[in-house]
Ligand binder design. Structure first.
Ligand code: ATP
Length: 509
């Protein structure tokens, strides 16, 4: 049974060192989280699994790592300066600020119905209600007051201002000159670094259509109300592909990527049955999108929320970063660009004429992925003896620690040394982190490793040295046996130390 509430996950993450509040010792910074000793391993493993599947296992992909701070012209021509905003609304009574759609969505059903009615919409079509509120700010303010929309902080009906757009990009000054022009943006999506490097990658790799560029990296969004743990943060990490195709083949490729991405989630232990595919309504599409599928994972407590967006970005971005677009027959309606120095085109594979390709973009959040993976793996079980245990049934390739090697007694140097040498041998296999767990109490060690999802525990006990004839001067690492405990079945098997690496390598493959 996966986790049933967000609280269970938050508590496990803190208790076992997956995730901590950012800047915690100064009271915390809202919307920022730090990944602890186990969190960083899990995160790295998720990213490695994504990279493997999308770069190494394909023949039509290149990788990239572009810089985080970008020229302001990039974000201007991408459309983010003008449109990357969320509707913000204030309560005059206590000066609290909310994201309009979140505020309304979290009200009781009868209040939402009243707001919808006042805006001439059906409550069933929530995106249309939000669109109507945005389109008529004065009417929206009145509708919220009349419907009795409550402030989530005070619980009282608010005195609501007119909603207005709030741009979510973080702006920063660059260099020691503080004139009005010396600023840039922290990228709000990794995608723009791929578009601006399109020509560099094509020229340096001789790629032809169709092909993709993959990137994993940080993105920053000054969310009005960060919330729900790592689900909505201000500093996030994305795993993005921009897949460039011949215009006209884009719809087919969009379906291809939908399928590929769903099967990747399945391989990480996030089943299709828990993901709803939302064909995003036209009025809700981002400014660059021709069509978008949002993958909506059923998060504990939150319900179905976006874990990944798969957008058909048409020729919008490459077109808008291109100088003198007029002769290129762009489909997306982009403004003439006189600032750029580039022509982001590629020869059409049949006609050889320069063409601005269409782009399919699967864009997944690492933080949201980690939350979904944890939630699916989280299991509470009642054992035969009536005891309860929490176990993270993570797929082995994602487990932060692959094997814990435990000497039965921490004060017995012989046991500890043998455990250390077993650990060192296993570490050489390159499977990921192997841990020497010499905290002393075997019961506690098993409980801890169940909770953090370690697939196997190897215990070195007195039999190991006894059997080996260490007292007769024999080498325990050649002749002794150890106990291997399986996290999921709890089965314990005696395995010869000389056969242990092959045994675990096969199990963890
Ligand atoms: P939402 O509607 O939830 O704000 P979005 O539609 O703005 O998300 P995209 O712009 O499509 O999100 O970003 C791609 C992916 O990046 C999302 O599917 C999500 O996994 C991740 N992501 C976006 N914003 C955040 C955030 N504030 N915190 C954590 N992850 C995020």
């Amino acid at each position: 049974m996966p986790a049933t509430s967000m609280e269970e996950l938050v508590s496990l993450c803190k208790r076992r060192g997956f995730i901590f509040q950012g800047s915690e010792i100064y009271g915390g910074l809202q919307g920022f989280y730090d990944y602890g000793p186990l969190g960083v391993e899990l995160k790295n493993n998720i990213k490695a699994a994504w990279w493997r599947a999308n770069v190494y296992e394909r023949d039509d992909m290149e990788g990239l790592d572009a810089s985080i701070i970008m020229h302001r012209q990039v974000l201007r021509h991408s459309g983010h300066e003008a449109t990357f905003s969320d509707p913000m609304i204030d309560n005059r009574k206590n000066n609290k600020r909310y994201r309009l759609d979140h505020l309304v969505k979290d009200q009781k059903a009868d209040v939402i119905a009243k707001v919808a009615e006042a805006m001439g919409q059906s409550a069933e079509n929530f995106p249309a209600v939000v669109a109507a509120l945005n389109a008529s700010p004065a009417q929206a303010s009145q509708a919220l007051k009349d419907a009795g929309v409550r402030d989530p902080f005070s619980g009282e009906v608010g005195d609501w201002t007119e909603p207005k757009p709030f741009n979510m990009m973080f702006k920063t000054t660059i260099g020691p000159v503080a004139d009005d022009e010396s600023y840039g943006y922290l990228r709000p999506e990794t995608a723009q670094g791929i578009f601006t490097n399109f020509k560099n990658v094509v020229d340096s790799t001789s790629r032809r259509l169709p092909f993709g560029i993959a990137q994993i990296g940080k993105a920053f969004r000054n969310e009005i109300t960060p919330r729900n743990f790592i689900f909505r943060v201000r500093e996030l990490e994305q795993m993005e592909i921009e897949f460039f195709v011949v215009p006209g083949t884009d719809e087919e490729w969009h379906e291809h990527w939908l399928e590929r991405r769903l099967s990747w989630w399945e391989a990480q232990g996030v089943p299709r049955s828990k993901i709803e595919i939302l064909d995003v309504p036209k009025e809700d599409l981002a400014h660059y999108s021709k069509r978008t599928y949002d993958l909506m994972y059923d998060y504990p407590t939150l319900g179905h929320e976006e874990i990944e967006g798969i957008a058909n970005r048409s020729d919008y971005d490459l077109g808008s970063h291109t100088k003198n677009q007029s002769e290129l027959g762009l489909v997306a309606n982009v403004e003439e660009n006189l600032d750029s120095i580039a022509k982001l085109t590629i020869p059409h594979p049949e006609t050889n004429k320069p063409v601005v390709p269409f782009v399919i973009e699967p864009s997944a959040g690492v933080d949201r992925a980690l939350l979904a993976v944890l939630s699916e793996a989280f299991t509470k079980e009642t054992l035969e003896n009536g005891n309860e245990r929490i176990v993270l049934k993570l797929r082995p390739h994602l487990a932060p620690i692959k094997v814990a090697v435990i000497p039965l007694a921490r004060n017995k140097a012989e046991l500890v040394e043998l455990a250390r040498s077993i650990k060192n041998d296993l570490q050489k296999l390159g499977l990921g982190r192997i841990l020497l767990e010499d905290s002393g109490n075997i019961g506690k060690a098993y409980r801890r490793h169940d909770e953090v999802g370690t697939p196997y525990c190897v215990t070195v006990d007195f039999d190991t040295i006894g059997q080996s004839g260490a007292d007769r001067g024999e080498d325990a690492s050649l002749t002794g046996t150890v106990t291997v405990r399986d996290r999921d079945t709890l089965a314990q098997e005696r395995v010869k130390i000389s056969e242990l690496t092959a045994y675990l390598q096969a199990k963890l493959k």
